[in-house]
Write a protein that binds this ligand. Structure first.
Ligand code: GTP
Length: 596
């Protein structure tokens, strides 16, 4: 295809602002999906089918569009809508020349959309601002057009108004894409270079890799090479999704399509990597490649120890489709055999945990998530600490922790509440802008460790649910951090150790000690619960001794009731874990480790 008639774009939108509905409408108007085949959320439905291994989702759809006697080829590229995957978003944007900024006309722009808009601007994409859902009675298009115009520096009249539901304005939007989005530019005679912006595992076909060709041409049956690793693969199939996958002879400059090479694992086909031809390789990788690096670690342990092999198998399966998921076996004195698992962020952790529980029927305990610390020991030796148990006991020179740039959008009345929360989380304000009279964008630099646990929940509750939030990694900084251990009867319980800021160490110690006092049943002797930094005790509680005689409740001769009670106690015992000399019920671990 002649690059001059190609238009590559994505849709930047907040969840529920109507991206899928608009995409469906475009498929229909361009005729790639016949009205009789049209079901609501065509592309989303394919996503579900992919999960069942039936077909693949269209990460990129090709659609023809007639405009002024010329047939154009649109490639609509899907962007993941998830804060934890900002690198993947940046790769999808890098595959486009334009972006539709889609905003619900009854809601206005949200923090995540704003963050992605800034990313799109950094990539110098043409931005097409669009207000959606103008059919809604609650729509306030004039108000939000002002807000958007102010943000991107255009006139309020330049903001298109559409309804994905009724179809109003969508044709005009398609025409606007032709006019405003630049055609791709590349060197057709140069060695082939294509950027991977997504790669998914399909049960039947193996890994399906989505690419945007920058220079040259990739052809069927050719040998290709992954530039980050040098690995070569045969191209078994190459084609475009319209939206069902259709193989073609090859892909040229500016085209967007998919490749199948028979590899079985997305880590062999990494987002951001450059594909070139093995027999005439390009010199330089397309800029912007990053290894997917976990930001947050947590221990995952099966509640039933015999599930350990199932957990391993489940993690291996998930990894086929998730290059950022990273794990290694871990043994905890308290929780037994499990895995230390690395995630891109807390949502990534939650999604993974949910999938493990729902799809593999596992009951799991996860330890408190922590970030990666760089600890420089007195001798100058550097440790990367992903687990509190690896924290050096000796003297340290410096500890560095990751920090993030965060963006919060709230109604102006909540500015005080947000500032108070961010300040209590060691944040420092880097800026504040009024988007309109009532809405502000507040920017804070904060330690990642302070937002991975419960920050978003607190933010929501302090702003009556109005706040939207987004973050991006911003390097690291030195911090005064310590490891707090929890001891039962003088023995450390590894699952409860945490690395915290020195100022928060005391409150963590007190909280855990009093929580455990509530959760651990009385034993036959007194059990001290202590929190300690090194050898210094910072908090202490006691579980008083008592002989728990379950039979004392029964008077006289009701034998069957006695037997029942004894059986119940035996049943309860099975779910106890011995930690040192103390018996702890399984539930106590789960409750003590869950956030509140
Ligand atoms: P996610 O898939 O969750 O990211 O959401 P999305 O942004 O793709 O939104 P989706 O298209 O699923 O639409 C969200 C809700 O808004 C659905 O209930 C739609 O029916 C509704 N909706 C979408 N577009 C319009 C519109 O133009 N007008 C009205 N009234 N409702 C719309």
């Amino acid at each position: 295809t002649d690059p001059n008639v190609i238009r590559n774009f994505c849709i930047i939108a907040h969840i529920d602002h109507g991206k899928s509905t608009l995409a469906d409408r475009m498929l229909q108007l361009t005729g790639v999906v016949q009205p009789r085949d049209m079901k609501a959320q065509y592309l989303d439905r394919m996503d579900i089918e992919r999960d069942r291994g039936i077909t693949i989702k269209s990460q990129a759809v090709r659609m023809p569009w007639e405009y002024q006697d010329e047939t154009y080829a649109f490639h609509m590229i899907d962007t993941p809508g998830h804060v934890d995957f900002s690198y993947e978003v940046s790769r999808s944007l890098a595959a486009c020349e334009g972006a539709i900024l889609l905003v619900d006309a009854a809601q206005g722009i949200e923090a995540q959309t704003l963050a992605n808009l800034y990313l799109a601007m950094e990539h110098e994409l043409a931005i097409i601002p669009v207000l959606n859902k103008i059919d809604l009675p609650a729509a306030m298009p004039d108000k939000y057009a002002e807000e958007i115009a102010h943000l991107i520096g255009c006139e309020p009249d330049d903001v298109l108004r559409v309804s994905g539901k009724t179809g109003e304005g969508v044709e005009a939007l398609l025409n606007k894409l032709v006019e405003e989005v630049p055609a791709p530019v590349g060197d057709a005679d140069a060695p082939a270079r294509a950027m991977i912006f997504d790669s998914v595992y399909d049960t039947y076909r193996g890994v399906v890799t989505f690419v945007r060709v920058v220079d040259g041409q990739l052809s069927h049956r050719e040998k290709i090479k992954m530039m980050s690793t040098g690995a070569t693969h045969e191209l078994l199939e190459i084609g475009v999704s319209q939206p069902e996958p259709e193989s073609s002879g090859g892909l040229g400059v500016g085209e967007v399509g998919y490749l199948i090479t028979g590899v079985k694992d997305v880590r062999q086909s990494k987002v951001g990597d450059t594909v070139t031809a093995a027999n005439r390789p390009a010199e330089d990788i397309i800029t912007g490649y990053q290894e997917p690096l976990p930001m947050v670690y947590s221990g995952l342990f099966p509640i039933d120890g015999s599930d350990f092999p199932v957990l391993r198998e489940a993690l291996e399966k998930l990894q086929l489709n998730d290059a950022a998921l990273n794990f290694e076996p871990e043994v905890s004195a308290a929780l037994g055999f499990g895995f230390r698992v690395g995630f891109l962020g807390l949502l990534h952790l939650e999604i993974t945990r949910q999938r493990l529980e729902a799809e593999y029927n596992l009951d799991l305990i996860s330890t408190a998530p922590n970030v990666i610390y760089d600890v420089v020991e007195e001798g100058g030796e550097l440790h990367r600490v992903t687990n509190p148990s690896e924290f050096p006991d000796g003297k340290v020179n410096e500890i560095r922790e990751p920090v993030v740039d965060s963006t919060i959008i709230v109604p102006a009345e909540f500015i005080g509440a947000v500032m108070e929360l961010c300040q209590s989380r060691r944040g420092s304000m880097s800026g504040m802008d009024y988007l309109s009279e009532e809405r502000v964008e507040i920017r804070y630099k904060m330690p990642l460790a302070e937002i991975v646990f419960d920050f978003f929940d607190l933010l929501k509750s302090r702003t009556k649910g109005y706040a939207s939030f987004n973050w991006q990694g911003a390097g690291d900084q030195a911090a005064d951090l310590v490891k707090v251990d929890i001891l039962l009867q003088g023995d450390k319980v590894d699952a409860f150790s945490a690395i915290t800021h020195r100022e928060h160490a005391y409150s963590y110690g007190v909280k855990m000690a009093s929580r455990l006092k509530e959760l651990i049943p009385r034993q036959q002797y007194e059990v001290p619960i202590q929190a300690a930094i090194g050898s210094r005790i910072i908090a202490r509680e006691n579980i008083r001794a008592i002989r728990k005689d379950v039979l004392s409740k029964c008077y006289g001769g009701d034998i069957s009731r006695k037997r029942k009670l004894l059986e119940k106690q035996k049943e309860g015992k099975k779910r106890m874990k011995m930690v040192g000399t103390v018996e702890i019920p399984q539930e106590a671990f789960i409750a003590a480790l869950s956030s509140d």
